[in-house]
Ligand binder design. Structure first.
Ligand SMILES: Nc1ncnc2c1ncn2[C@@H]1O[C@H](COP(=O)(O)OP(=O)(O)OP(=O)(O)O)[C@@H](O)[C@H]1O
Length: 280
């Protein structure tokens, strides 16, 4: 699997270099635009948080970045390659909302599976697995079947599996759901450490209290980027004291004409491909 990545993927990006570039990205499911004309650049060493209510397009965006789905319009590049790209895949770590773990394997076996997919072998594999087990505080449960794990433990193991191959770009869809506050804090401390190493983290959440921990935020509503910037900058620009109030401020500023009560905008055209995705 590692062979799929070329030499460029093996090189670590320098902090501040553009890593992810979206240009006029839209994603349509039937008549619904889940994402509309999104353009943004995310740099190496950032934790960029997509914040928005249910249905605002966070998962859709992360699936596009992973390459699991293609944009209806626009382009996405990661590490200088247009995605989806086989060359980029090994440089990405992805943690979904739904568990990707195997219940009938132990925690260590799950990690071994993900590590081997990414081409880790021998001593390096053992070392990385032990490091990640320790990081998520599961060393003493390494030999337990995942079927017996609590939701929070599964979440921790999922994070470990997404990071075991030391990816340059990490995409995390609601990573702290079901994780207790203490461990949630340690996740965020780990993210800061990864940022310092030049790792870029994209995280989706609807926990506004987590927003302040991101380097930059993109406020999403109904598939539109209402505003983006550092948390303090967004508070300043809105003149508000909390991210919740700031979000509402930018949402009112951007209220689209023709919006429905839920804030979704519809068009009249549908393609066969989009209809297929509606079924999936
Ligand atoms: N495969 C699909 N077919 C049809 N509609 C879809 C599909 N995937 C997402 N949508 C729609 O696109 C919109 C954005 O959904 P998405 O899951 O990206 O939102 P989200 O911000 O991640 O929400 P949540 O916080 O609940 O996970 C929603 O209206 C959703 O119903």
């Amino acid at each position: 699997m590692r062979k799929a990545g070329d030499a460029a993927m093996e090189q670590r990006s320098r902090v501040g270099e553009p890593v992810i570039v979206l240009e006029h990205v839209a994603k349509r499911f039937g008549k619904l635009y889940a994402l509309k004309d999104l353009s943004l650049t995310i740099n190496a060493g950032e934790t960029y948080g997509f914040i928005g209510p249910n249905g605002s397009g966070k998962t859709t965006l992360i699936r596009l970045l992973v390459g699991l789905s293609r944009p209806t319009q626009g382009t996405i590049s990661i590490l200088g390659k247009r995605v989806p790209s086989q060359a980029v895949a090994p440089a990405i770590g992805y943690m979904t909302q739904a568990s990707a773990l195997y219940n009938d394997l132990t925690a260590r076996e799950n990690l071994e599976f993900f590590a081997s997919i990414y081409g880790l072998r021998g001593e390096e594999r053992r070392r990385r697995i032990n490091e990640e087990l320790e990081r998520v505080e599961l060393t003493d449960r390494a030999s337990s079947l995942v079927a017996h794990f609590s939701g929070g433990m599964k979440q921790r193991l999922s994070l470990a599996c997404a990071l075991v191959h030391r990816p340059q770009v990490i995409l995390l869809d609601e990573p702290t759901v079901g994780v207790d506050p203490e461990l949630r804090l340690s996740f965020w401390q780990y993210f800061v450490q990864l940022n310092r190493e030049g790792v870029t983290i994209i995280v989706s959440t609807h926990h506004l209290d987590e927003a302040s921990r991101c380097t930059r935020l993109g406020l999403l509503r109904s598939g539109e980027l209402l505003a983006q910037g550092a948390p303090t900058e967004l508070l300043e620009r809105s003149g508000k004291n909390s991210m919740e109030e700031a979000f509402l401020f930018f949402a009112h500023q951007n209220m689209p004409s023709g919006a429905t009560e839920q804030g979704q905008v519809y068009t009249n055209t549908t393609s066969a491909q989009d209809e297929q995705e509606v079924q999936s």
